[in-house]
Design a binder for this molecule. Sequence first.
Ligand code: FAD
Length: 366
Amino acid sequence: MKFKYVIVGAGLAGLTVAERIANELNEKVLVIEKRGHIGGNVYDSYNNDGILIHNYGPHIFHTNDREVYLYLSKFTKWNDFWHRVLTYVDGNLVPMPITVETINKLYNLNLDCFQVEEFLKQQAEDIKEVKTSKDVALSKVGQDIYEKIFETYTKKQWGVDPGQLDTSVISRIPIRLNRDTRYFADKYQGMPSHGYTKMCENMVANKNIKIMLNTDYKEVMDQIDYDYLIYTGPTDEFYNYKHGKLAYRSIRFEFETFDLEEYQEAPVVNYPNDYDYTRITEFKKLTWQKHNKTTICKEFPCAEGEPYYPFPTKDCKAQFALYEEEMKKETNVIFLGRLAEYRYYNMDAVVRRAIDVFKELSNNVR
Ligand code: FAD
């Protein structure tokens, strides 16, 4: 079989490039996917009770990148959902990320924005060199808030102390000196009106795109000729683990359906200190589906299972750098996406990267 373009992986990265090749270049493209469905981790489906769930954990679309938003809007309409998260601390549900409301509720105070700024300054520790996620938290909010909100949650999430993780983990969580209790402050937010899977199906509704499901690319590659391979699978697998297996954190998802209209106060409730799970998502609160039952998902982070989050430590980055040296030598293989680049991408960032990769590719072939 001969295809000019072959893509491994039908996640958002692979599908965006496939769509661009098929529609912009009007060329045929083969997508090879190990799982029995397209969409990668954004895949959603209706469960036995008819409730739309996110099979690989809750996915909320948010971006400031107008081009990405307009691009995906060609394949879906959106609901105007604004994400909100509550965190269960000391018997109270407080807004996350930390806002003026969070501080007032945690400490039974009635401070205004300026007073909260002053309060946090007094709590914050003077850390000379911020090297780890623990340093980030202590330097911004001090020991007590660190223990209440960040320490145990991060331990549950990563299985190690925040002092062993690089700064990226806790730096991602903003601290707001205002009353904006939305989880994300991005300009464009929402959920695809008919779900992510439907959006993905619309992306590949072009007969130039051939999709091979339930197929590990290694089983078929020796029978396929290509000019360009766009690889979105794990890099260590591509190189037969010659520099060792890259570490990932996984999650076990536990779904439960209740004969209730509503289960909890917010779409997501975090449990930093209680229980073994990190958070509970109630899907109807994301999708706005009307149903007399409701489905929730509890997340239990674990070491084994699907590779979800690249491990954010110096050693893991150094190990990946060995693979990067190999990747640079490839002439017709493009590594793209969260597994191939061993980095956490939000959906908008991976689509942005895929659009840019396509632009570069099309400049080379034109
Ligand atoms: P993937 O979606 O993982 O796609 C890669 C594909 O390659 C997979 O389908 C895989 O089966 C396939 N593959 C792997 N190996 C092979 C092989 N050997 N042969 C063939 N196929 C193979 N982003 C947000 O913006 N908002 C959120 O709220 C959000 N929540 C998230 C929650 C969780 C729990 C996780 C893990 C991620 C979340 N993300 C979120 C990030 C989002 O999932 C990613 O941005 C997106 O999935 C990345 O797309 P991708 O194509 O790079 O990877």
